[in-house]
Ligand binder design. Structure first.
Ligand code: 5GP
Ligand code: MN
Ligand code: MN
Length: 329
């Protein structure tokens, strides 16, 4: 599948000497695993790099190699401008957060991603919506570039595959995903340990947030939609960080008969992060896109300004026609 684009991406690694490597805001396992996978590839090729994120990377990923090289731009701003940029798992430049100002004018940008909503912002675009994870695409690039696989690189790529397929359970789990995962295990990745860190282990703060969020659980749209809300006060009461609120939306979507699960998480006063998860009837990437976000058919998100109640109204306005059902709370 698009061999030429994979070759072009591999050439991009070879052609430049110093790189800015970035993923998306509130990075997940695919974003972090892919960014650090790129870093390990660059090291093997004898290249220089700075790997950044607008904010903090969740500590749950601190088992990944070079985690300590991830630079939080809010804490450690950069003044350097970069001529070569590798962006992974970013559908568009707004997903990068405040990283765009580090691009030199006319910078060469390699865009490696699997979101169908990707707007092809790169000078080289390796975008494959049929890939389960950006890490899956990175595996192909590494092979093409003649990179020697070892346990560290395998761990980064495996983490992306594992997390974006929900532990090899979602419908994006293809034979190719399983083949690559099997290959990666031969380099020494310990699947039980990675799953423990990425999928099983939760913080106490997460459970405290969950306890509060479950009180808000609500069915609407003739029980086809389940939603849950977390306010800034909930975060304060639970002494929780934003990353502690991850995964709440799954409790909604998993309820029998529910087609769409939605979580409304007020990360700061007046800013509501919306996450959506779908079964089959609705393409939630289209819903998120109408609200300025994006994602995949079965997992999407957007950020809405206003109160939780206002965010809910905005989402309902788009969801009603998509479902063909009124919200009837
Ligand atoms: P989550 O709900 O876990 O934050 O995101 C689910 C999916 O939607 C991910 O694939 C993520 O990349 C995408 N997504 C979440 N928020 C946004 C957003 O604000 N903009 C875009 N373009 N995609 C998003
Ligand atoms: Mn991601
Ligand atoms: Mn991804």
């Amino acid at each position: 599948p698009n061999r030429a684009a994979v070759e072009e991406a591999a050439r991009f690694f070879r052609e430049h000497d110093r790189f800015l490597v970035l993923s998306h805001v509130n990075p997940d396992g695919d974003a972090t695993g892919s960014a650090l996978g790129v870093v390990l590839m660059l090291e093997q090729l004898g290249k220089e790099y700075v790997v950044v994120n607008e904010g903090e990377t969740p500590l749950k990923f601190d088992f990944l190699p070079r985690f300590d090289r991830l630079r939080n731009l809010r804490k450690q701003p950069l003044t350097e401008m970069f001529e070569a940029v590798i962006a992974v798992d970013c559908a568009d430049e707004s997903r990068m957060g405040d990283v765009r100002p580090l691009f030199a004018s006319g910078a060469a940008v390699l865009n490696i991603d699997h979101h169908p909503t990707n707007d092809m912002f790169g000078t080289v675009n390796l975008v494959r919506p049929e890939a389960a994870a950006t890490a899956e695409i990175l595996f192909e690039v590494a092979e093409e570039a003649g990179i020697a696989f070892n346990e560290e690189l395998a761990l980064c790529i495996y983490t992306g595959l594992l997390t974006d397929t929900g532990g090899f359970r979602y419908s994006n789990t293809t034979p190719r995903v399983m083949e690559i995962a099997a290959r990666l295990l031969t380099y020494g990745v310990k699947p039980g340990e990675v799953a423990e860190r990425c999928l099983e282990e939760i913080t106490f703060a997460h459970v405290k947030i969950l306890r509060r969020a479950l009180q808000t659980l609500q069915l609407s749209h003739q029980n086809l939609v389940a939603s849950i809300c977390v306010s800034v006060d909930d975060f304060a009461e639970a002494e929780a960080k934003r990353e502690d609120a991850g995964g709440l939306v799954n409790y909604c979507r998993n309820i029998e008969g529910v087609e769409v699960g939605v979580s409304f998480v007020e990360s700061e006063p007046g800013i509501v992060k919306v996450s959506m998860r779908a079964r089959d009837r609705v393409d939630v990437s289209a819903v998120a896109k109408q609200l300025g976000g994006g994602g995949h058919a079965k997992a999407s998100g957007c950020t809405v300004k206003g109160t939780i109640a206002e965010a809910k109204q905005k989402v309902w306005d788009v969801l009603e026609p998509a479902l063909g059902v009124k919200h009837d709370e």
